[in-house]
Design a protein around this ligand. Structure first.
Ligand SMILES: Nc1ncnc2c1ncn2[C@@H]1O[C@H](COP(=O)(O)OP(=O)(O)O)[C@@H](O)[C@H]1O
Ligand SMILES: [Mg+2]
Length: 385
C-alpha cells in the first residue's frame, strides 16, 4: 500500500520508519519548503500548486497527516480523491482550540474555565472575570507553547495581545496541577480501540522535556476516566488512527487540556517501551490492518533533545540508551531528536535517566513525580520502592 503523508517532519519520518516493514511505501507532501523527513519521496510545494498536489495524489492509495496546523482546504481537497485517515473532521476540530473546547463540553469532558477573546479589551475582561493568573492561547497554529502568554494581572492584557498577535484567543484559568499526563489511543477502520498506558509529561517553557510511561502510581480510576474520555472523542470524530489527549491531574480530578489527531511526542517512549509503537499502530489503523499490542514492556522514559544533542558518541557509550535523531540541524528551541531509556524498575529508570542527562547539557534537571517520591522516601529513611 502506498501511503501519502501531509507534512514532512520528524513525525512523518518515524511513521515511515515504522511502516516500511509492513510493506507500505511513503510519499510526503510538504508546503513548508523545508522538509526534514529524509526518507521516502518528498514533494515540496511551498506555493501549494494544484499540479504538485496532483502529482502527490497520483502516487498514493491513502493519505494521512503528521501535523494538524495545515489548511483545512488542503485536507478536504485530498479527501475528494483518496481516503484520508483521520478525516478532515478530526483536523477541523483539533486545529482550533475553540472547537476543541466545545467538543469537550458537548461530551462532558471537564476543562479549565475559559473564555474566548477577539480583542485586547475582551482579553482584559476575560482575565478579570476568570481571575488571574490566566493562560491566553491563540485559537489556531499553536504548538510547543508558541502563541501563548500567562497574564498575572488583567493589566497585562495589552502586552499579551500584542505578543501573541492572533485574532482569536482562548483564555483559560491557570491550572495548579499535580502533574500532566497524556492518553494515547488508536482506533482501527473497523472501530476497534486500543489504549496505551498513560504517560506522565514534564514540560519546561511549554515544551515537553520528559515523558515517563507507564505514568507511575496512577490510580485505576484515573485511567478508566481518561479511557472513557478518549473513547468518546474517537467515536464522535469517527477517528481512524492515533489520537492523543493531554490532561492535567488535579486534586479535583482530571481536566482535559488539548488533543492532537496524530502520533504525539508524549508517545515516543512506545518505540522502545511498548510491544507495538504508536507509529506502527497508526499505520496499521489507517491501512486497515489489525491493531498491535499497546502494552508496555517495562518502565520507560523519553528524553527530548532540544537545541543540541551533545556528543552522540558519549551518550551511546551507555548501553541502555536508544537514540532517535531526526536529521535536523541544531537550533535553539528546536526538537532535534529524543532518547528512550527502558529499565526493569522505576528506581533503575531514574538512575539511568540521571546518568544519561549528565552527558546532554541541554537537558533540564529530571524532576517528576518519581523523583519527588524518592526524595520523600529518602528523607523518611525508606530504603527502596
Ligand atoms: N491552563 C493552563 N494552566 C497551567 N498550565 C498550562 C495551561 N495551559 C497550558 N499550560 C502549560 O503549557 C503547556 C503547553 O500548552 P498546550 O495548551 O498544551 O499547548 P501546545 O499546543 O503548545 O502544546 C502545557 O503542557 C502546560 O504545561
Ligand atoms: Mg500541548
Amino acid at each position: 500500500m502506498r501511503i501519502g503523508i501531509l507534512g514532512a517532519g520528524q513525525l512523518g519520518r518515524m511513521l515511515a520508519l515504522a511502516g516500511l516493514p509492513l510493506d507500505t511505501s511513503f510519499s510526503f507532501y510538504d508546503t513548508s519548503g523545508s522538509p526534514t523527513a529524509g526518507i521516502g519521496e518528498i514533494i515540496v510545494d511551498p506555493s501549494s500548486s494544484h499540479e504538485k498536489l496532483n502529482e502527490f495524489l497520483a502516487k498514493i492509495d491513502i493519505a494521512t497527516y503528521e501535523f494538524e496546523n495545515i489548511p483545512l482546504g488542503l485536507t478536504q481537497e485530498v479527501e475528494k480523491y483518496k481516503p484520508l485517515h483521520p478525516s478532515s473532521k478530526s483536523i477541523r476540530i483539533c486545529q482550533n482550540r475553540v472547537e476543541e473546547k466545545k467538543l469537550f463540553a458537548q461530551l462532558g469532558i471537564p476543562t479549565a474555565s475559559y473564555k474566548v477573546a477577539t480583542s485586547a479589551e475582551e482579553l482584559k475582561q476575560a482575565a478579570t472575570e476568570l481571575g488571574c493568573p490566566v493562560v491566553a492561547k491563540s485559537a489556531t497554529d499553536g504548538y510547543d507553547g508558541k502563541g501563548q502568554a500567562v497574564l498575572k494581572s488583567p493589566e497585562d492584557a495589552s502586552a499579551a495581545w500584542q505578543s501573541i498577535g492572533h485574532s482569536t484567543l482562548v483564555v483559560e484559568s491557570f491550572v495548579e496541577f499535580d502533574r500532566e499526563v497524556s492518553m494515547i489511543a488508536v482506533r482501527s477502520r473497523d472501530g476497534d480501540v486500543a489504549f496505551y498506558p498513560m504517560a506522565e509529561n514534564v514540560h519546561k517553557d511549554g515544551i515537553l522535556r520528559y515523558s515517563i510511561a507507564p505514568a507511575p502510581e496512577l490510580n485505576n480510576d484515573v485511567k478508566a476516566v481518561a479511557e472513557s474520555y478518549i473513547r468518546d472523542l474517537l467515536n464522535e470524530l469517527g477517528h481512524v488512527g492515533v489520537l492523543t489527549l493531554e490532561l492535567f491531574v488535579t486534586p479535583r480530578g482530571l481536566l482535559a487540556n488539548e488533543m492532537a489527531p496524530r502520533v504525539h511526542n508524549s508517545g515516543h517512549w512506545s518505540m522502545n517501551g511498548a510491544k507495538c509503537s504508536q507509529f506502527e499502530n497508526h499505520i496499521r489503523a489507517i491501512a486497515g490492518l489489525p491493531l498491535g499490542d499497546t502494552s508496555a514492556i517495562s518502565p520507560t522514559c523519553m528524553i527530548n533533545l532540544i537545541g543540541t544533542a551533545g556528543s552522540k558518541e558519549d551518550t551511546l557509550k551507555l548501553p541502555y540508551v536508544h537514540l532517535h535523531m531526526y536529521g535536523k540541524e541544531e537550533r535553539a528551541g528546536r526538537k532535534i531528536g529524543h532518547i528512550n531509556i527502558v529499565a526493569d524498575t522505576y528506581k533503575e529508570l531514574i538512575w539511568r535517566v540521571e546518568s544519561t542527562i549528565e552527558r546532554v547539557p541541554s537537558c533540564p534537571a529530571f524532576e517528576c513525580s518519581l523523583t519527588r517520591t524518592v526524595k520523600v522516601q529518602e528523607n523518611n529513611g525508606a530504603t527502596d520502592s
